[in-house]
Design a protein around this ligand. Sequence first.
Ligand code: FAD
Ligand code: SF4
Length: 464
Amino acid sequence: MKKNMSLTKVAMPERDPKERSTNFEEVAMGYTEEMALEEAARCLSCKNMPCVSGCPVNVKIPEFIALVQEGKFIEAYEKIKETNSLPAICGRVCPQENQCEGKCVRGIKGQPVGIGRLERFCADYAMTHGYESKQEIVKNGRKVAIIGSGPAGLSCAGDMAKKGYDVTIFEAFHVAGGVLQYGIPQFRLPKELVNAEIKGLEKMGVKIEKNMVIGKIFSLEELKQDGYEAIFIGSGAGLPSFMHIPGENLNGVYSANEFLTRINLMKAYKFPEYDTPIKPYHTVAVVGGGNVAMDAARCAKRLGAEKVYIIYRRSEEEMPARLEEVHHAKEEGIIFKFLNNPAAIVGDDNGWVKGMEIIKQELGEPDASGRRRPVPVEGSNYILDVETVIIAIGQSPNPLIRHTTPGLECQKWGGIIVNEETMESSKENVYAGGDTVTGAATVILAMGAGKKAAAAIDEKLSSK
Ligand code: FAD
Ligand code: SF4
């Protein structure tokens, strides 16, 4: 096949920024078959496969792209599925620029191959063509419990079910999917896709018990007594961090977690059809510079805010959000205030937010994270008029499970300590992975941890 030596990726169609910032339709619209063939032809089928080493679940990238080149889209999808159980999701939200695409040789001179876009294309093609897995599962009658239905729990559940285990996921919320459902907005990750992936797992026999807060309804010990031979904890990092500055308790201050849950899970953007309102406002300040901050800002814009600011204490260069998200946020009119840090939130006489006191920053020496430390500029304080403040400066694991599980060793900040080879915790046959171990990270790292734990659980249980 003739290679495409273009230095740039085939562009993916996107909705117009002005139109899309008023609704929750998906922004990126995906490749057509012709675009996928053209982009796949950019892959050089490198023998040493540097791209695969950049993927936390080792998707067989050159092999699936070769199948796309031949127009064998379903076979390409099956090749991806061999190691990645959620390709429609990963194709949309993985930070490919730091992973597979970051290692692609085409990126040395020009743009890397659009691996994420091709992965998404294959998954969407399979879904729209009614793909059903023909894989036969032989049940072994052994019970495994999974706590949490985010990407870590789902990938562990999928792999355990394929190996024949009787898998039950216990999920605290009334809807399965974790951050995929309540955090990442519809315009980046349509919930229909998440639900379709979860349905696929249910068809494989995975049971999902919703509204089940483990640590309150059952303890881990009770699950063991109920016959679960191994337990995987994938309970994420859903506890928001705050800045501890004056005014943080005022009305109109949200954690990004609450704000996004109201919008994504409770469908506040469809109020009054759904009964979770968000107070109308005109000016919003989102504090933070990660993906969560970008999502909160772009949601606020879509809910009708006239001005949405991102307040970030370092410069644009240090911002941890994905470049694509920053680019989309800028296109949609989000105003970035770099080297700005809140000193206090100012309230009116009724206890509602009316402004934010900000102190300007400059960059000093690098800190423990390797990024240059922000240093306040004396006397630079000013007041920004805002009616709503959304805090998006990080999350940590919810303490419920560690507080109700004697002997479960955890880091000081709350992360569960595991053996990195097996993901087994200090308690025998209790495994953990994803954000509850690493702190807030990425979908694919959580999935990789779930897979690793599934392999280790199977190895241990099948040797008994
Ligand atoms: P989660 O997805 O948090 O799932 C944990 C689940 O466990 C939840 O459903 C929770 O309800 C449940 N649970 C918690 N406690 C209990 C309990 N006691 N009993 C029962 N169930 C319990 N990553 C990317 O790769 N790309 C992105 O673009 C991206 N954007 C993001 C945007 C936002 C707004 C957020 C918040 C995160 C984003 N991330 C992104 C990070 C990514 O979503 C997480 O790293 C990933 O979801 C972690 O997966 P997990 O399975 O460990 O936890
Ligand atoms: Fe194809 Fe890039 Fe991987 Fe080489 S590194 S096989 S060009 S995707």
